[in-house]
Design a protein around this ligand. Structure first.
Ligand code: NDP
Length: 260
């Protein structure tokens, strides 16, 4: 299926690792020009080298929570590629905490991360997306938005708010810009690798640990997703091939959701 990505320009926030990195790779493979950003310069440079996108790839240090930095990013993207057709709001990470263990400062930080990682890039790139004949935004969200977990209370509540925001944006930005989200279950990425590395117990390989977790979580497909599988859904929704889809949420979760 031709997704119509040739000569399109995509910005992927948090493109230096995991799902964002896989999304950038898929976009490049499909002919797009791609901009990735992240906070850590070394990780970003490693991703740039790994992606080997030549003059179709731009890698920029940028914290999406810093509005001025996002404005600078947008300027550099326009200077380089002249336009933006697709924005993938992917940057972020989860917070493990119950209601009892979540301090006010944690709530502040989590709500800020989840909302402003979408608000800053969307607001900043909007004029360019509106100027495109195929402008689109994809928000990388989580099943937690609809199915909260007791050990991720704060993240779940923030995700629900973001899901609501996606719906509002899909109406306000229509008809020029489509806005969709994907709802991830568990994807084998940097986040899970870090959690594995931080475990106190040992004696289990990373793969076995993921497998045991998948069984514990009752994932019908009996495994974690891979970043490439998530990227395929993101790239489809972002692409002109999804031209009549807006305000939609696509589950990429191995069947683990319990809502119809
Ligand atoms: P990774 O940790 O592998 O990648 C996260 C990426 O986001 C990195 O490139 C990181 O780079 C970047 N990033 C984080 N904070 C910022 C910031 N403030 N500004 C710019 N870049 C930032 O995680 P995943 O690939 O798993 O996560 C991608 C998205 O998917 C996240 O939003 C995450 O919450 C969501 N998600 C993931 C799930 C999973 O199971 N993996 C489940 C549900 C949702 P750097 O640290 O250098 O800034």
């Amino acid at each position: 299926m031709d997704l119509g990505l040739s000569r399109r320009v995509a910005v992927v926030t948090g493109g230096s690792s995991g799902i964002g990195l896989a999304t950038a790779r898929r976009l490049l493979d499909d002919g797009a020009r791609v901009v990735i950003c992240g906070r850590d310069r070394d990780r970003l440079e490693a991703a740039r080298v790994e992606l080997a996108g030549g003059d179709r790839l731009q890698a920029e240090v940028c914290d999406v929570l810093d509005a001025a930095a996002v404005a600078g990013l947008a300027q550099r993207v326009i200077d380089r590629f002249g336009k933006v057709d697709m924005l993938v709001n992917n940057a972020g990470q989860a917070r493990l905490s119950t209601f009892a263990s979540t301090l006010d400062a944690d709530w502040d930080a989590e709500l800020k991360l989840k909302f402003f990682s979408v608000i800053h890039p969307t607001r900043t790139f909007l004029p360019h997306l509106q100027a495109s004949d195929a402008g689109s935004v994809v928000v990388v969200n989580s099943l937690l938005a609809r199915q909260p977990e007791p050990h991720m209370v704060c993240t779940s509540a923030a995700r629900a708010g973001v899901q609501n925001l996606v719906k509002s944006l899909s109406v306000e930005l229509a008809p020029r810009v489509r806005v969709n989200s994907i709802l991830i279950g568990t994807v084998n990425s940097g986040q899970w690798r870090r959690r594995y590395d931080e475990r106190a117990d040992d004696g289990m390989s990373y793969r076995d640990w993921l497998g045991a977790l998948a069984r514990k979580k009752g994932i019908p497909l009996e495994r974690f997703g891979e970043p490439e599988e998530t990227a395929a859904a993101i790239v489809f929704l972002a692409s002109p091939a999804a031209s009549f889809i807006t305000g939609a949420s696509l589950e990429v979760a191995g069947g683990v959701s319990r809502f119809a």
